[in-house]
Ligand binder design. Structure first.
Ligand SMILES: [Zn+2]
Length: 80
C-alpha cells in the first residue's frame, strides 16, 4: 500500500484569492498598498505625487499579497 500524499501547494499559483488566514480582498484585514516603480519611489522622495504602477492587496496579519490590481480604475481609486 503506497502512501501518496497529495501536496496542496505542489504547483505555484499565480493568482491567489485568499491568504493563509483565508482573507479575501473584501476582508478589512486586507489593506491596499500602492506599489511604485523605482522611479516612482524617487519622485515620492522629491515630493512629487507619483502614480503607482499597481495596487497590492496585502494581508495585515500574515503580510501576504493576495491580489495586485494594475487597472487604471483601481489605481485611481487608491490615490488622492
Ligand atoms: Zn493573512
Amino acid at each position: 500500500m503506497s502512501d501518496e500524499s497529495p501536496e496542496p501547494e505542489a504547483q505555484p499559483t499565480p493568482v491567489t484569492i485568499a491568504c493563509g488566514c483565508n482573507y479575501t480582498c473584501k476582508s478589512p484585514e486586507i489593506v491596499p498598498e500602492p506599489r511604485y516603480t523605482l522611479l516612482g519611489t524617487l519622485t515620492l522622495i522629491w515630493g512629487v505625487t507619483a502614480r503607482p504602477k499597481a495596487i497590492d492587496f496585502r494581508c495585515a496579519k500574515c503580510g501576504k499579497t493576495i491580489h495586485s490590481a494594475r487597472d487604471d480604475k483601481t489605481i485611481r481609486e487608491h490615490i488622492h
